[in-house]
Write a new protein. Structure first.
Length: 173
């Protein structure tokens, strides 16, 4: 980006005009994801088949180091309406990535395979800072009982690891 300055006739401050070279930006996607590895492709295939054991088998504990727990893989599990903002937030709060991967099988176990949790950044009303909200939308008649089970079986044991930066909310259709 090149900048040039012009002086305004009635002011002592320059007017700065930016010239942008758009040729480098044409035909370039807004969000570029790295090529999928065979393991990530396999993981994406089993995401809809449910089965906590299959997901855990394909996401070993050292997956962060092997690159399997990358943002594009996470986006295959969760709906991400603002990928750049969510990825930036997760880069700053990397402890949440492992929690999101761990939570997904529990979400599927409690709400079934039709649910597609959505990641959003919202301002925490109590703390005044941004948090990551996992929005669960379900039309199950016992959806709130499923939320209680999710809390008891998984979330309450992991809430301290989120450091106040992650929460789950349930919405009915």
């Amino acid at each position: 980006m090149a900048a040039s300055a012009q002086w305004a006739f009635d002011r002592d401050v320059p007017i700065i005009r930016y010239e942008i070279d758009w040729s480098a930006r044409i035909n370039r996607p807004l969000y570029e994801s790295p090529p999928k590895s065979p393991v990530a492709t396999t993981l994406a295939k089993v995401k809809n088949e449910g089965g906590e054991a299959a997901v855990q088998q394909l996401t070993p504990p050292d997956a962060v180091e092997t690159g399997l727990r990358s943002f594009p893989t996470l986006a295959a599990f969760y709906s991400v309406p603002r990928p750049i903002a969510i990825e930036s937030f997760l880069q700053k709060n990397q402890q949440l990535v492992g929690l999101l991967f761990s939570a997904f099988p529990k979400i599927r176990a409690n709400w079934g395979t039709e649910i597609k949790p959505e990641l959003n950044i919202v301002d925490d009303p109590d703390g005044g800072f941004p948090i990551l909200m996992v929005r669960l939308t379900s039309n199950m008649p016992d959806a709130y009982e499923a939320l209680d089970r999710f809390d008891e079986e998984w979330w309450l044991d992991h809430i301290k690891d989120a450091e106040g930066l992650l929460n789950f909310s349930l919405h009915s259709r």
